[in-house]
Write a protein that binds this ligand. Structure first.
Ligand SMILES: *[C@@H]1O[C@H](CO)[C@@H](O)[C@H](O)[C@H]1NC(C)=O
Length: 463
């Protein structure tokens, strides 16, 4: 199976391995399991990012997973780097350092990493945001990543923008009241959502042993977590005589209310919802449902992963935010598609991705994403999401829209007369046209596609 030179080279590669490499993923184990070798151990062509490397198919390279540093060499063109060079960032952006040869034009930036956001540190928690100020293309939605330890409270507040949230880890108690004065209290876990329409006052509190971490998405890119209407802030900036009148109590009662906002602070441990449910004479429960278990939805199984869609059809209160939770298996691709009704706002939870955005007028630009990164794909621009790593890619696609909508290139082809399709793409090669038509003519939409034979190993060494 392997020639003598190859074994020699493999031996050399093995001896370079440090003990930190997990044994189950060693080159030897991969060979035994019949898996392809990581790029840097592959034989038969020059390694990627060297002058001799040729790749006419612009294949993705998992530079982070394989521990290689990308350099600006492409098909014999390019040069080494002499000046200052941020290796860490270069490694996270292999398709910036060496863009696919199909990239062209001046499409603006579509990536922000929460790691580049300022973190506001408070008692028992922290928060950081990605808004139009961090990422100018994020004009429709803004997001906050927040951590609350056990018992820690994001204090009672409201804001103009609607708030959609996804629980990343742990458990959280939410409280709110609706427009008719009905209250809502719920405990949420990983993979659950909440949605508070504009102006609805609410609070969040970390439960479980280590509290919670979640992602908040607001339906306006200009939102700022620093400018919300906070209960203690209002008390601190209202004359005590007025507070006294409002609550019909002696001003002395309010002598010790906080002099400024508390925002995030260590609270007391909550009891059960049943024990804490307000029970005054005029208290009533909301008839609305502000929360939803997204990950408990039965997913649509595709050939290369899973898709769960939550929008106003199955979570009626979520009128301005629609979302998809997508899992893309190694080697699979979220198929070429576009969204007709809103910009796509992506958040990456797990894995490594590459996305090329096609922006018309011959423009296309490729970006790479890792956990904690945010991506934008403007409305109607064609794109795909390729899992370039060796673990499942887990991501959220979020839209400022009432419903999730997308167009599949594959499906469109199959739903179009064969003659038209062939005239457009295969006029110069009818035989290839027949092969293409055989593939697409059933027009089956497969949102996450795993190519048969695993496209990873196309031989693209000869040019
Ligand atoms: C809570 O955090 C501690 C310290 O990081 C860890 O040892 C423990 O396993 C965590 N508990 C849970 C339930 O995740």
């Amino acid at each position: 199976m392997y020639g003598a030179t190859q074994l020699l080279l493999l031996g050399a590669a093995l001896s370079q391995l440090s003990s930190a490499v997990p044994v189950e993923d060693s080159p030897r184990q991969r060979l035994l399991k019949g898996l392809p070798l990581p790029e840097k151990y592959r034989l038969g062509s020059s390694p990627p990012y060297t002058p001799g490397h040729r790749d006419r198919y612009d294949k993705a390279v998992d530079t982070v997973g394989e521990g290689i540093d990308p350099l600006p060499w492409r098909n014999g063109l390019g040069a080494s780097v002499l000046g200052p060079w941020n290796k860490g960032r270069a490694r996270q952006n292999p398709d910036m350092v060496r863009p696919p040869s199909t990239d062209h034009g001046n499409l603006g930036n579509m990536k922000w990493s929460f790691s580049d956001s300022h973190i506001r540190i408070e008692e028992g928690g922290w928060t950081r945001q990605t808004t139009v100020r961090e990422l100018p293309s994020s004009s429709e939605l803004a997001a906050v990543n927040m951590r609350l330890d056990a018992g820690v409270i994001r204090e009672l507040h409201w804001h103009k923008e609607a708030e959609w949230a996804y629980v990343l880890e742990g458990e959280v108690r939410i409280t709110a009241i609706d427009y008719e004065g009905g209250n809502y209290i719920d405990d949420l876990k990983k993979g659950d959502l909440w949605y508070f329409p504009s102006g609805v006052p609410h609070s969040l509190q970390g439960l479980s042993e280590n509290g919670t971490e979640f992602l908040l998405v607001f339906d306006d890119g200009g939102f700022s977590e620093e400018s919300t209407f906070i209960l203690t802030d209002w008390f601190a900036h209202t004359p005590k005589s007025v507070i006294s009148k409002n609550f019909n109590l002696d001003p002395e009662v309010f002598k010790h209310v906080p002099a400024s906002e508390k925002y995030i602070f260590q609270g007391s441990k909550p009891g059960s919802i049943k024990d804490e449910q307000p029970d005054g004479k005029h208290v009533k429960k909301s008839k609305l449902k502000f929360s939803h278990s997204m990950l408990d939805q039965e997913p649509k199984k595709t050939s290369g992963g899973e898709v769960r869609i939550t929008d106003s059809k199955n979570f009626p209160i979520s009128k301005t935010v629609a979302a998809a939770h997508v899992i893309i298996e190694p080697g699979a691709i979220r198929e070429m598609h576009w969204h007709p009704n809103a910009d796509e706002w992506n958040f990456f939870i797990r894995g490594r991705a590459r996305i090329t955005i096609f922006a018309a007028e011959g423009q296309a630009r490729t970006f790479n994403y890792m956990p904690g990164d945010v991506g934008i794909v403007p409305q109607n621009m064609g794109h795909f999401v390729e899992n370039i790593g060796d673990e499942p890619l887990e991501m959220l696609e979020v839209f400022r829209a009432d419903e999730f909508r997308d167009f599949s290139l594959f499906q469109w082809m199959g739903e179009t007369p064969k003659r038209l399709v062939i005239d457009h793409l295969f006029a110069g090669d009818k035989e290839a046209g027949e092969k293409f038509w055989d593939r697409v003519h059933d027009a089956e939409k497969d949102e996450v596609t795993l190519p048969k034979g695993d496209g990873k190993d196309l031989d693209s060494s000869e040019l």
